[in-house]
Design a protein around this ligand. Structure first.
Ligand code: SF4
Ligand code: SF4
Ligand code: FES
Length: 243
């Protein structure tokens, strides 16, 4: 197959926290994704380029990067949607430490997920009968609306509050907490509400909705956080939160 003549001008971040953008010429192809472009540079121009991906189909959440100023899944972003006059600038996700080039350290993101008590706390043992949850109950519907998160970090990178408040748990961790608060099988809500009501929890959110605007799964962490604000306020009024 002949090489296409049209070329993209692609600037990629190289280095760690200190680094620079370097520009490469990449052949333009039909139905090309941003991840295809990064892969082309790594396979054909510079094998030392570091980046992360796994599934290539929007399931694992590992390929998120900053593309022309916005956080995105690179495997599900077509070049045609974002290339500005044939130019792409691709960097690591914001609000996370850079390991090298386009790969960020996701540890702070997952530590905050744990900090929001994002782990299911079982209320039953294997010996107990299976819990029966009505599919149309309000808590079940609230959990369903938020449950599909794949922890890609796009909303975390888009959140200004995460940027200036290092303690803020962020949209993904709080969205996860909201699914558990609404899980009738979970026994960890007393501790979870305490954590979420504290400094750096849901009341730090300024509701400006960048998380919702950028989530590739069209989830709405802002709505989940609004639910947490209501739930923690009610717990406070009932005297369920320690001062
Ligand atoms: S809420 Fe959306 S953007 Fe945020 S981590 Fe989950 S899937 Fe990614
Ligand atoms: S709505 Fe809250 S969590 Fe979402 S981007 Fe804004 S401050 Fe961050
Ligand atoms: S590579 Fe898995 S979501 Fe992009």
């Amino acid at each position: 197959m002949p090489e296409p003549t049209e070329q993209l001008s692609v600037s990629l971040w190289r280095g760690g926290r200190q680094g620079r953008y370097e520009t490469y010429r990449v052949p333009r192809r039909e139905s090309q994704t941003v991840l295809d472009v990064v892969t082309y540079v790594q396979r054909h121009i510079d094998p030392t380029l570091s980046y992360r991906f796994a599934c290539r189909v929007g399931m694992c959440g590992s390929c998120a990067m900053t593309v022309n100023g916005h956080p995105r899944w690179t495997c599900r972003t077509h070049v045609a949607e974002v290339a500005d006059g044939g130019r792409l600038q691709i960097g690591p996700l914001d609000n996370l430490p850079v390991i090298k080039d386009l790969a960020t350290d996701m540890r702070p993101f997952f530590e905050k997920w744990q900090g929001a008590n994002g782990v299911f706390a079982p209320s039953r043992t294997r010996a107990d009968p299976m819990a029966r949850i009505k599919p149309n109950s309000a808590p079940r519907r609230a959990a369903d609306a938020a449950i599909e998160c794949i922890n890609c970090g796009v909303c975390y990178a888009a959140c200004d509050t995460v940027r200036w408040n290092a303690d803020y748990l962020g949209p993904a961790a709080l969205n996860r907490a909201w699914t558990l608060i609404n899980d009738e099988r979970d026994a960890g809500n007393a501790a979870r509400l305490q954590t979420i009501a504290a400094s750096g929890g849901c009341h730090s959110c300024h509701s400006h909705q960048s998380c919702q605007e950028h989530c590739p799964l069209v989830l709405n962490p802002t709505a989940s956080i609004a639910g947490l604000k209501r739930r923690t306020a009610a717990a406070y009024l009932k005297g369920e939160l320690k001062a």
